[in-house]
Design a protein around this ligand. Structure first.
Ligand code: GAR
Length: 213
C-alpha cells in the first residue's frame, strides 16, 4: 500500500479528482494527507469531509524560503510518502526540497510543456496562436516546469476562446489525466531514465479530450 501526500494551495479540484478515482478504482494506495501552504485553501474542507488527514504549513510564517521548505518537508515526511503530488501548489520549491523527493514528486502544469512554463499559460497560448493546448503531468526537478513528462492531455484551441474558456477546457482534462498518472505510479509502472519517463507495459502517454466544451 503506497502513501500519497497531496500538496495544494487553493481550490484543490485536481486533488478531488484524484481522491474520487482512488475511491472508485481502489488503487493499492491511500491518500495519507492533504497539506496546504494556505490555511484558507478551500480544498482542505473537502479532504477533511472525506476523512483524509490535513495539515497547514503557512508560508507567511516563514520569511526565508529555506525555512519554509524545511518545515514543509518535515510535515510531508511525517506521513511517510511514497509519492508527493503537487496539485495547484503555487510555491517555487528549493533545490534541497526537490532533491529530497527526486523521482517521487509530480506536478500538473496547465500547458503542453515545454511550451509555456510559468504563469498565465492560457493567455500566452492564445497570444502565440497555438491550435492545440493542454496540460502536463511531470516529475519535479530543479528546473521549473521542466522535469520528465509522464502524461500530457491535449485540447483544441477554439475560435472565440479567451483565457477563461481555455482554462476551463484545460482544467477538465487535468482532472482526466492526473488520476491516471498517479495510478500508474502507485502501480509501479513508471520509470525515469535519461530525463524521460516511460511505462511498463507501454501505453500511450497522451490523452485527447473526449468531450469538447
Ligand atoms: C490547475 O489548473 C493547475 O494546472 C495549476 O493550478 C490549478 C489548480 O487548480 N497549476 C499551476 O499553474 C502550477 N504552475 P486546483 O486547485 O483546482 O487543482
Amino acid at each position: 500500500m503506497k502513501n500519497i501526500v497531496i500538496l495544494i494551495s487553493g481550490r484543490g479540484s485536481n486533488m478531488e479528482a484524484i481522491v474520487a478515482a482512488q475511491t472508485a478504482e481502489r488503487w493499492p494506495a491511500r491518500i495519507a494527507a492533504v497539506i496546504s501552504n494556505k490555511p484558507e485553501a478551500s480544498g482542505l474542507a473537502f479532504a477533511q469531509s472525506h476523512g483524509i488527514p490535513t495539515a497547514v504549513v503557512d508560508h507567511r510564517a516563514y520569511p526565508e524560503r529555506d525555512a519554509f521548505d524545511a518545515a514543509l518537508q518535515q510535515t510531508v515526511d511525517s506521513f511517510a510518502p511514497d509519492l508527493v503530488v503537487l496539485a495547484g501548489f503555487m510555491r517555487v520549491l528549493t533545490d534541497g526540497f526537490v532533491d529530497h523527493y527526486a523521482q517521487r514528486m509530480i506536478n500538473v502544469h496547465p500547458s503542453l510543456l515545454p511550451s509555456f512554463p510559468g504563469l498565465k499559460t492560457h493567455q500566452r497560448a492564445l497570444e502565440a496562436g497555438v491550435k492545440l493546448h493542454g496540460a502536463t503531468i511531470h516529475f519535479v526537478t530543479a528546473e521549473l516546469d521542466l522535469g520528465p513528462i509522464l502524461l500530457q492531455g491535449v485540447v483544441p484551441v477554439k475560435a472565440g476562446d479567451d483565457p477563461e474558456t481555455l482554462r476551463q477546457r484545460v482544467l477538465a482534462i487535468e482532472h482526466q489525466i492526473y488520476p491516471r498518472a498517479v495510478r500508474w505510479f502507485v502501480e509501479g509502472r513508471v520509470s525515469v531514465a535519461g530525463g524521460l519517463a516511460s511505462l511498463t507495459p507501454p501505453e500511450p502517454q497522451w490523452w485527447f479530450a473526449t468531450e469538447q466544451a
